[in-house]
Design a protein around this ligand. Structure first.
Ligand code: SAH
Length: 246
């Protein structure tokens, strides 16, 4: 069980104390204040926009985003924006995480590969829905952070590996779906090769300096189709030995 850290206590402490001293509010006093924030987030930012998949909505309600961000960011965990996670990286806005998850059509028995573990939050959202998640992170301390946070949060169906995700994770391929959370100038061919027949990949494509597009890739036999879903801004997909993006 994880204890909420200080900024979080400060944010939600007042509500909790009010609930404890106000008569007739015993039920509220027992409620998890982060849950209230999370349910509000889903109501307004996720369901309140265009996310309809009940599996995705449930996963967004269940995944404790505050457990995946640094302590200084915890009080912002359920806000409608990206957050910094150190090492020049960011965790996407909750809506983008939900949208990417919905676009791969996640199923309970699926095996999903994520490139760019970062905080571990997107992997946790996926792990709420699918059978097994494999995630690769190129920055060693972030790979370690993601693995630790996922374990602390109780996920047993996520494997984290440090490495260059350009090459995918051959040992566990093929995957029902692949989620790439850093913007690449082109879709890495090894990732297409590691998609199952009928599989889907969601990937931001573009450079740091130009508009990126969130691209949905579908594989049907030998046929690959790509569809631009919306303009986005992600941190760059880097390559081993080149932290500036390629
Ligand atoms: N999915 C993450 C988002 C992290 S931001 C989350 O939910 O928090 C994107 C991440 O991709 C960064 O941590 C960055 O270091 C990582 N990344 C960039 N290029 C990569 C590569 N070639 N292989 C693996 N990870 C990469």
């Amino acid at each position: 069980m994880i204890q909420p850290t200080l900024p979080f206590i400060r944010l939600f402490g007042a509500a909790l104390i009010a609930a404890l001293i106000l008569p007739g509010s015993a039920t509220f006093a027992l409620a998890d204040p982060t849950e209230t924030a999370r349910l509000d987030m889903v109501e307004t930012q996720i369901a309140g926009r265009d996310i309809r998949d009940p599996l995705v909505l449930a996963a967004m309600r269940n995944t404790k985003r505050h457990l995946f961000v640094p302590e200084t960011q915890q009080r912002h965990a359920y806000e409608d924006r990206p957050l910094t996670i150190g090492h020049g990286q960011t965790i996407s806005q909750p809506y983008i995480v939900a949208l990417m998850t919905e676009l791969i059509h996640p199923q309970a028995d699926a095996k999903v590969l994520e490139i760019g573990s970062g905080s571990g939050y997107q992997a946790a959202v996926l792990a709420e829905i699918v059978a097994q998640v494999y995630t690769i992170e190129i920055i060693p301390p972030l790979a370690q952070w993601a693995a630790e946070r996922l374990e602390l949060a109780g996920y047993t169906n996520v494997s984290v590996q440090h490495g260059d995700g350009y090459y995918g994770w051959e040992e566990h391929a093929p995957f029902d779906a692949i989620v790439v959370t850093a913007a690449a100038p082109h879709i890495p061919p090894p990732l297409i090769a590691q998609l199952k027949d009928g599989g889907r990949m969601i990937i931001p494509v573009g450079s740091r300096f130009r508009t990126q597009q969130l691209v949905l890739v579908e594989k049907t036999g030998d046929r690959i189709t790509t569809r631009n879903m919306l303009p986005v801004r992600f941190v760059p997909f880097t390559r081993a030995g080149d932290q500036t993006g390629y």
